[in-house]
Design a protein around this ligand. Sequence first.
Ligand code: SAM
Length: 479
Amino acid sequence: MYNKNSLKAEEFIDNDEVLRTLEFAEKNKNNIDLINEILEKARPIKYGKETHCKGLTHEEASILLACEDENILKKIYALAEEIKEAFYGERIVIFAPLYLSNYCVNGCIYCPYHKQNTHIPRKKLSQEEVKAEVIALQDMGHKRLAIEAGEDPVNNPIEYILDCINTIYSIKHKNGAIRRVNVNIAATTVENYRKLKDAGIGTYILFQETYHKESYEKLHPTGPKHNYAYHTEAMDRAMDGGIDDVGLGVLFGLERYKYEFAALLMHAEHLEAVHGVGPHTISVPRIKKADDIDPSAFDNGIDDETFAKIVAITRIAVPYTGIIVSTRESQTVREKLLKLGVSQVSGASRTSVGGYTQEERPVDTEQFDVSDQRTLDEVVRWLLELGHIPSFCTACYREGRTGDRFMSLCKTGQIQNCCQPNALITLKEFLTDYASAETKKIGEEFIKKELEKVKNESVKKVLTANLGEIEQGKRDFRF
Ligand code: SAM
């Protein structure tokens, strides 16, 4: 029986409830009155200086996803843009993945790091190698990382992950610093989540891959990841371990996207109901080619249009949750999604263990093919030219603005008073320390224009002073 308050995976992601939702959505996909009502409900409402958004239930969002009417689609895109603008402005947060180890005991059918792959070289970074990778990342200008590792209790125990996090935070090379480490490792125990929390991690990210239990078990035939309930209940354990910010995601292509979408939102509703705070981020990866993986072997691939529609409706349904799109996607696809609600992108990613210290992109050991292969400087310039503010900000979590505190500030729109100046401060650091002459020129002009737009006089004064001090060599200011 469906129960969003239950702690049992099969009850908060109840298969019958997903199927009922999809059936209801299919029946109502041409019910234009109902669809307009749903869109109206989701519209941002202004109360004085504050902006509120109600979001949508999994049922309402699924009706929008089922609808194929061109005019409605236009309305969906316009509303997604409006919500994006209201809560995120033009800011886009940038991060990079750091692969620590590709040792893995699981048998995930779609991942080249699966245990049966005997020809792929296995590698685990030593602490010296972690240091070298981090220096390479800092020299590009990165401030936020997502660490990635296969599941292997012998080669990658929690102590190894914790050592890596300590090493990463300890390195201060030139003006560089990694100020936020997000963690994408396999589902683990409450005790281990507590250790991650104590190590100062930002978001704990775990992709569900698929919410469909039967498919999940077939796609993960061997290893600890085979256990659907243990995997699906991981975010509850993470929150019990004190981690406030968790990141959800499904790997699109494995199952029918409408099923995944409804279940993903049910997962978000469950977290909000039980822990009082929904997911901090949602990632939207699609299966890519990799060593012995052929994406066409999976029947449920989605085209770019459907993908854009999913992102736009996600933005409308969970307005306070960040949406992440990685370099699995091409520049063209990313460009389209930025407008529709994406708030974070990775840049200049290497998806192999030790990839950042190698001159050439090592194609044989990548976890997946990287479609967007531009440098970080190119990514920053591209965002600026599109009118976005590339942000390396890590202030919220360092100021304790996490979990429900972050959400309530975000819900009242107050977060904007910090985010906009912080984005400009971290952009200024990037331009001063790492940018090419061309990017620096465009960026400096951009900052000048943005500064003029700051309405709050005292914020403007402090921000102007901080920007000047960055030129004088000082770093790490934050609102
Ligand atoms: N091993 C960890 C786990 O079990 O959750 C997580 C780290 S894994 C390096 C990160 C994610 O990459 C996986 O959760 C999966 O969704 C994604 N991934 C795996 N193979 C992929 C492929 N061929 N194309 C795109 N993404 C893939």
